[in-house]
Design a protein around this ligand. Structure first.
Ligand code: DLL
Length: 430
């Protein structure tokens, strides 16, 4: 099923011609009215008419989150403030957030891309869409809300948390689709289990759109098992609209990026040099249709690769592999580079442990992984508990090359996230 079949199936030559035209327009616009880009262009003696082919995008400067922070609160606006309609912010780890402005057309486009994404998974106007993302400055809920309304779904703006109420809404209004973060989905699966709810028997859930933070294939399986539905990976970032940037189709073999709106590159994060399709590196995105705040070569910090092969669904927009992590999430422990997702992958594949965990770094360089026991607690012998602990530590060592301390804790004792989870607490004195 398609939402905009003609655009979704444009052949590559047509799609690339459209991208080039839109890239030239975008660059001409920022050259005319965004001081930040005017200065960057002047510094490298770049003239917009030098953009002749898509590979010329490499002559453009990168934009970083530091550039956006420096531009706060005015943003890198390309239109008068009067022409903007909505503000979202993206909170970084510290300091001021990034301010992202949207024009009426930008909001409309974001909703269209969400609608495309949902229809691609098989959603129709018959669906009941319970939006468990946070409403507010975060883009996650509002953008998908508009997209699902466009498709004609009944939208329930539940927001996250209050699991009792979520369950009541799901039962009473026969919710078929949820949009949720992986951490809350895992928590909610535990909650249903404790309540003795058998999702397939008691609820009408069919699909979960899961995103807003990195998660592993093993976590997808845990969510599918717990909620008894199909999980579709939903990717985006505030700087590029929020959700609906890349989404899995019914094949669920990577996420189609809407390339008529975004030009993607994969670069080596250390050198900034482009990498060929299939190689893993940092995703860089350029907006092609943004009115209020076009961004050139935005460094997402997300680590992934492009799947160049055509997809069986017939869409020509290329796919991204699951995000492996963020380059700024990488931990260096005793000289070893570790992504939190490597730890998650191991934990989610071990039976007998629960769905919540926390990575703690203390002292000089000591790593402790706290893991909740499965929902029913542990009924076995002390020896069995010790052997489970040893097994987890050994499996982790095989994956991350260092052996962390493993602490098994009672179910429901680690902090629970309704939005994005904080999985790493770094108290090191380095
Ligand atoms: O999280 C937008 C969004 C909302 C996407 C709801 C999907 C669903 P930000 O708060 O700006 O925007 O955070 C963007 O979250 O750069 C990734 O690091 C991470 N992220 C988002 N989706 C995924 C995903 C929203 N499916 C940052 N897999 C991005 C992995 C994801 N990481």
């Amino acid at each position: 099923m398609y939402w905009q079949e003609e655009i979704e199936t444009l052949n590559r030559a047509q799609l690339e011609a459209l991208q080039l035209k839109r890239l030239q327009e975008t660059v001409a616009r920022v050259a005319a009215c965004v001081p930040h880009y005017q200065q960057e262009f002047a510094r490298r003696s770049f003239r917009p008419d030098a953009l002749r082919s898509l590979s010329d995008v490499r002559r453009l400067p990168f934009t970083t989150s530091a550039d956006l922070r420096a531009a706060y609160p005015a943003g890198l606006l390309a239109v008068p403030l009067d022409n903007t309609l909505r503000l979202h912010t993206s909170s970084g780890t510290t300091g001021k957030p990034k301010a992202i402005f949207f024009s009426r057309q930008d909001i409309e486009n974001a909703a269209e891309l969400c609608a495309r994404s949902f229809v691609m998974t098989g959603v129709t106007r018959q669906d009941v869409f319970q939006n468990m993302m946070t409403y507010g400055l975060f883009t996650g809920a509002l953008m998908t809300h508009y997209g699902a309304e466009k498709v004609g779904c009944l939208v329930i703006p539940a927001g996250p948390g209050n699991s009792e109420r979520q369950l009541m809404l799901m039962k009473d209004f026969r919710t078929t689709v949820v949009h949720v973060t992986p951490s809350y989905a895992l928590y909610f699966a535990d909650f249903l289990e404790k309540k003795g709810i058998e999702p397939r028997r008691d609820l009408a859930l069919r699909r979960a759109f899961v995103g807003a933070e990195p998660y592993t294939e093993e976590t997808r399986l845990k969510i599918e098992e717990g909620l008894q539905l199909s999980v579709f990976n939903s990717y985006g970032l505030s700087e590029m609209n929020g959700p609906g940037i890349a989404f899995e189709c019914e094949q669920r073999q990577g996420m189609h990026v809407w390339e008529d709106h975004f030009l993607i590159e994969i670069i080596d994060p250390a050198t900034g040099e482009p990498l060929p399709d299939g190689e893993t590196g940092e995703l860089v995105m350029t907006t092609l249709c943004r009115e209020a705040m076009p961004l050139l070569r935005y460094r997402t910090r997300d680590i992934t690769s492009v799947i160049p092969e055509p997809c069986a669904c017939g869409r020509t927009h290329r796919r991204l592999n699951r995000i492996k992590g963020r380059s700024d999430d990488m931990l260096i422990v005793r000289g070893v580079n570790i992504y939190p997702q490597q730890i998650e992958r191991v934990l989610m594949s071990i039976r007998g442990i629960g769905r919540n965990y926390l990575i703690r770094l203390d002292g000089l360089d000591e790593m402790t992984v706290q893991v909740e026991l499965a929902a029913g607690g542990f009924n076995g012998e002390f020896e069995q508990l010790m052997s489970l602990q040893t097994r987890i530590a050994e499996r982790l060592r095989a994956e991350i090359l260092i052996k962390p301390r493993v602490e098994l804790v009672q179910p429901a004792t680690l902090p629970v996230a309704e939005g994005k989870a904080k999985r790493v607490v770094d108290n090191r004195r380095l």
